[in-house]
Design a binder for this molecule. Structure first.
Ligand SMILES: [Zn+2]
Length: 156
């Protein structure tokens, strides 16, 4: 008898030995599935992986989708594309981070967006919306008003 045993195709054993033919792949998948079922673990396709949005962990893609207000296909798209949901909230980074970033207008800078909002005396999120919509004129107008109130307006 030779040392190399013939592989019996269509078994998960053959798959573990490195065979990736359709029959062995399927056998392995079935074996994993029944193993999970035996252990009381539901199939991944049924529950989805635990998902993380920012720092919150959701037990399934469905829960994450509901929490984020998006469809489940959006969740799985992000997971497939990025391996995480970090980009789900906004186009660049998430709004929580950008709130803590310094905001620069002209030569002046505020430590954060909320600091600028306090300076302008506008409600929270207003600056974000102005920037998002590209309404810099409204932002500058608010800045001029705030400067005027404080008497620090720069004269040209
Ligand atoms: Zn095989």
């Amino acid at each position: 008898m030779k040392t190399r045993q013939p592989i019996k195709h269509g078994t998960s054993n053959a798959y573990k030995c490195g065979c990736r033919c359709t029959r062995c792949t399927k056998a392995n998948r079935d074996a994993c599935r029944s193993y999970r079922r035996k252990k009381g673990i539901k199939d991944i396709a049924e529950t989805g992986n635990p998902c993380k949005i920012n720092s919150k962990v959701y037990q399934s893609q469905t829960q994450a989708a509901v929490a984020a207000g998006v469809s489940q296909s959006t969740i799985s798209w992000h997971l497939n594309k990025h391996g995480n949901l970090d980009r789900l909230g906004g186009k660049r980074g998430n709004p929580n981070n950008s709130r803590r970033k310094p905001v620069q207008i002209g030569e002046r800078e505020w430590p954060s967006r909320s600091a600028l909002e306090r300076y302008l005396g506008v409600s929270s999120g207003r600056v974000h919306r102005w920037i998002k919509k590209g309404q810099m004129d409204l932002l500058l107008a608010a800045l001029l008003r705030a400067d005027g109130k404080r008497g620090t307006g720069e004269t040209s």
